[in-house]
Design a protein. Structure first.
Length: 148
């Protein structure tokens, strides 16, 4: 069931600040498409959440976008994330974790960042995938399958 988006904030100054935050999240999400380690999905979801409170026009644009629209519809419909997005995020995070352990950074920073990425990856893989509801049991009707 899709929720009705909230009304934009009644204060014009707050609407402007919320719009600015939405645009910043959108920019970070777009940059995340090209920069390994910077997530895309979460920033686009945040941009949509903020746009719903600051700019219905930006929200409509995001929902109609050929790349971002399906992601937002999946999330709004059943809080699902596509398998392609999960794999892309997991591979990118694994690559970034490997780079952290090779780079000249303190070991505790590499371990902490890798732990955070692992936590995000687990959460991500626990989200359902679009169109994949619970599987039916072997005998949904309660009877047996013997011919009469």
């Amino acid at each position: 069931m899709q929720e009705r988006p909230p009304s934009p904030h009644p204060n014009a100054v707050m609407r402007g600040l919320i719009l600015l935050a939405a645009l910043l999240c959108l920019a970070l999400g777009v940059i995340g498409i090209f920069v390994p380690g910077l997530p895309t999905t979460i920033f686009i979801l945040m941009a949509a959440w903020l746009a719903a409170r600051g700019s219905p026009r930006l929200l409509a644009w995001l929902e109609g976008h050929p790349v971002f629209g399906p992601m937002l519809r999946n999330w709004n419909t059943d809080r699902s994330i596509s398998r392609r997005t999960k794999w892309s995020a997991a591979i990118t995070m694994a690559f970034c974790a490997a780079v952290l352990f090779i780079a000249p950074v303190p070991l505790w920073i590499a371990a902490l960042a890798s732990g955070i990425m692992l936590t995000v990856a687990v959460w991500l893989w626990l989200r359902p995938e679009p169109g994949r509801g619970p599987r039916p049991t072997a005998d949904p009707g309660g009877g047996d399958d013997r011919p009469v």
